[in-house]
Write a protein that binds this ligand. Structure first.
Ligand code: PHE
Length: 343
């Protein structure tokens, strides 16, 4: 038996020294040291031996076992080192190579305008308000003095979801939402940027576009306040020399209603292709909040007055950055986006 054990021992040692990969060592451990291995099967035969023989035999098996186990361990360490060395040799890092260039994004011209307009009005003490894009007929039209069947609905050909829900056609419903939330107690001074939807599609109109609504409600508010606010805005946005003129217009929720023009920033008012020779560029719709709207939205029209305005975001961006087609805003072309806004 001792001969046989020595044979197993030397076979194990030669297997270990011939092993080239770590998996082989796991196999060798199974073959020589597992409970079912030949070496271990000798253990069960020990009871047939005399006491002395059992001691020396047991010691022999243990020392062989320990030796095989420690050789396997040594070999494992050396194979692992080799593997690491190989890997390091293969994965050479060349620190002298130039780094990869990460292309840096830029603000979309739409968002650049929203941020600039918001900043101007926040500077005048306005707060930002938000409203849902899927709006009820009540907020989008009825509370804004446009009852069902009113011809003014035709101005804003709309996307209805059902009889009483639509994609909002303007940001003006935020006026009604804010007024109702204030329960008849002023003052209110908000702007509300967001997306609106209309059945429009050409170079200057898109079925989805952005507006910024403004609303001020307080006691003793008049057209002069509206004009001076718009002048401050025009100068901050388009340059100190800008002037504002108001032309009378019609919106159902303001009375009187106006369209505001700014003096052309391209030609300074002399007349050019941008202002189509008029010296003026139309920039927003505005007016004094209609008493019906104040009343329906919970304000006493004898105590409070207000003004409101609506600015087209793409329109401002197109004017300011000289963009000729509104559809370019939505094509996600980075080259387009990058041209206009510098941090
Ligand atoms: N909501 C109007 C539009 O979309 C603009 C507007 C807003 C006019 C506020 C007056 C007051 O055309």
């Amino acid at each position: 038996m001792k001969e046989k054990i020595k044979e197993i021992h030397s076979k194990a040692l030669s297997d270990i020294s011939n092993a080239n990969v770590l998996d082989e060592l796991t196999n060798i451990r199974n073959i020589y040291l597992s409970k079912k291995s030949e070496l271990m099967s000798f253990m069960s035969k020990m009871k047939e031996l005399s006491h002395e023989e059992r001691i020396s035999f047991g010691q022999l098996i243990n020392s062989v076992k320990e030796d095989i186990s420690s050789r396997i361990e040594e070999k494992r360490i050396s194979l692992e080192e080799e593997k690491l060395k190989d890997q390091l040799n293969k994965e050479i890092v060349d620190f002298t190579l130039p780094g990869r260039d990460h292309s840096k994004g830029s603000k979309h011209p739409f968002n650049a305008i929203v941020d600039q307009v918001c900043e101007i009005f926040i500077g005048m003490g306005y707060q930002i308000a938000e409203g849902p894009e899927v709006e009820t007929d009540e907020f989008n039209f009825e509370l804004l003095n446009v009852p069902k069947g009113h011809p003014a609905r035709d101005m804003q050909d709309s996307f209805f979801i059902d009889d009483s829900l639509l994609m909002r056609s303007q940001t003006s419903p935020v006026q009604a939402r804010v007024m109702l939330s204030k329960k008849g107690i002023g003052p209110i001074k908000i702007i509300s940027p967001g997306k609106v939807y209309r059945r429009d599609d050409d170079a200057t109109h898109s079925h989805q576009f952005g507006q910024i609504e403004g609303l001020v409600i307080d006691k003793n508010i008049n057209m002069g306040n509206l004009l001076s606010t718009l002048e401050l805005f025009a100068k901050a946005m388009f340059g100190e020399k800008r002037e504002v003129r108001m032309r009378s217009s019609y919106f159902p929720f303001t009375e009187p209603s106006v369209e505001a023009d700014i003096s052309c920033f391209e030609c300074g008012g002399k007349g050019c292709s941008l202002c189509k020779g008029t010296g003026w560029i139309e920039i927003l719709g505005a007016g004094m909040v209609h008493p019906n709207v104040l009343r329906m939205c919970g304000f006493d029209e004898n105590e409070y007055q207000g003004f409101a305005f609506g600015i087209g975001i793409e329109r401002v961006a197109m004017l300011k950055y000289g963009i000729d087609d509104i559809r370019k805003f939505y094509t996600n072309d980075k080259r387009f986006n990058k041209q206009f806004y510098k941090e």
